[in-house]
Design a protein around this ligand. Structure first.
Ligand SMILES: Cc1ncc(COP(=O)(O)O)c(C=O)c1O
Length: 457
């Protein structure tokens, strides 16, 4: 570990002893002491005491301007007052019905007005809805295989847990990537049915359609992969996928768990003008509550109505979450707020790029509406393999240095990105830039020293 990173980690440990102690207390009870593997990192994660608006406070009372926002689930900001009010009202009328209520149809209507779908069903997490979307695609087409992209994450169910972050010694050739199960416990039949292609590489997709003619039910993708920083589809790529899916009778599924709310009012279909057959939504559409949905045409969804494909869930459309979802879509994620966020986000990206240029850091900042990241790479990341080449220690230096100065720039982990929320102000953006300007020169020096040392080896 190099000196500047070591110094930042020492500062972090000095400022956050209660988080360290809390993790020690948790460890006997839960693997890694946390409830989701993504929450664990070295030397220990921050434990949170409270959050409001754009501020999150740890157990030691340190406050951070939060651009992590629960892995992008809080474009509404923490405890948005409009959403809290709606949920408080609903609390007086019951928390769970397990029976139909009218908020379901109201929210379904809101979603169909925003995204290119005619019918929806609701769930509670991104994992759940990508799982149901894939099953529905299989049921509709009568085919078993699906295609996903290497490095992309669609939740933790069996079909999705293939080649999520495969190691270089396992990933195989760049033209014919291996299918690498991302966890023990996934039956061979499950992971073998998930074929793997390379993002931004149409021939790698076409090859699979040709190799398995008439076997592919669906292609699932994040239109902007946001589990490898922010990776934009190259011009023509989404159009090419649309054409290939149509030609081969497979359904195109947009996993819009991250992009659905945060790319704009109509998600990726509106942003790029390429329509999928199915859309999966979660995270920010719930305004801080566990709302998820998958939507498609009436014709495809009808097979649920006919009892051919089964969908159910005790917690689906519980009225608290529906009240939150309605308040979010009707009153928080409004055109005015999207315009404001877009402006703040552009300022953040441009400001970071200026600082990068001034300091000579080899990096670039990239953004798409509410999402953005400082990417510590020499050239644009176009797929997972480009992304995997990161200098992890340099990224850790960046993250801990920002956090030590009161700005949480992204969730911890170099595959994530920031979220600009309705709660952020211009002053928050300027503060983010001030802190980055303070941190970037040391990063540039460390980067030069490290590349010099590598060259000398
Ligand atoms: C693109 C994408 N799909 C699916 C998921 C899974 O969502 P959840 O964590 O709600 O199960 C995530 C979570 O980060 C995601 O980023």
């Amino acid at each position: 570990m190099y000196a500047q990173l070591k110094k930042e980690l020492e500062t972090y440990e000095r400022r956050t002893p209660r988080s360290r102690a809390a993790l020690e207390h948790s460890k006997p009870w839960m693997p890694l002491g946390v409830s989701s593997n993504f929450r664990s990192y070295e030397p220990y994660p921050l434990f949170i005491e409270s959050a409001q608006g754009t501020r999150v406070r740890d157990l030691d009372g340190n406050e951070y301007i939060d651009f992590n926002l629960c892995f992008g689930a809080l474009m509404a900001g923490h405890a948005n007052p409009i959403i809290v009010r709606a949920v408080e009202e609903q609390l007086k009328k019951g928390t769970m019905y397990g029976m139909p209520h009218v908020m379901e149809q109201q929210l379904a209507e809101e979603i169909c007005a925003r995204y290119p779908v005619e019918n929806v069903r609701f769930g509670n997490s991104g994992t759940e809805v990508t799982m149901h979307a894939i099953r529905l695609a299989r049921g509709f087409t009568g085919r078993e295989k699906i295609i996903k992209f290497e490095g992309c994450y669609h939740g933790v169910h069996d079909a999705a847990m293939v080649s999520v972050k495969p190691k270089a010694d396992k990933w195989g050739s760049a033209t014919e990537p291996n299918q690498v199960p991302a966890s023990a416990g996934i039956p061979k039949g499950a992971w073998e049915a998930t074929l793997v292609a390379i993002f931004n590489d149409l021939p790698s997709v076409e090859r699979l359609f040709k190799k398995y003619p008439g076997d592919v039910a669906a292609l699932i993708l994040e239109p902007v992969p946001m589990n490898i920083g922010v990776c934009m589809p190259q011009p023509g790529f989404l159009e090419g996928l649309r054409e290939l899916c149509t030609r081969h009778g497979a359904l195109l599924i947009y996993d819009e768990v991250k992009t659905g709310a945060k790319l704009g009012r109509g998600g990726a279909s509106e942003y790029f003008g390429v329509k999928p057959d199915m859309v999966c939504l979660a995270k920010s559409i719930g305004g801080g509550f566990s709302l998820a949905a998958f939507g498609t045409s009436r014709k495809i969804m009808d097979i649920i109505g006919e009892g051919k494909v089964f969908h159910a869930g005790t917690y689906n459309t519980n009225p608290l979450v529906m009240a939150a979802g309605l308040a979010t879509l009707r009153h928080v994620l409004t055109p005015e707020n999207y315009a404001r966020i877009d402006k703040m986000s552009k300022r953040l990206v441009e400001g970071c790029n200026q600082i990068i240029k001034q300091t000579g850091l080899t990096a670039y900042a990239i953004g798409a509406c509410a999402n953005g990241a400082v990417m510590l790479y020499p050239g644009e990341v176009k797929n997972y393999r480009d992304w995997a080449g990161i200098d992890v220690d340099l990224w850790r230096h960046y993250w801990f240095a920002m956090v030590n100065r009161g700005v949480m720039p992204t969730p911890h982990y170099w595959d994530e990105q920031w979220t600009v929320s309705v709660a952020h102000s211009d002053a928050d953006i300027e503060r983010h830039l001030e802190v980055f300007a303070e941190v970037a020169p040391a990063l540039a020096v460390a980067q030069q020293e490290r590349s010099g040392a590598m060259a000398a080896r």
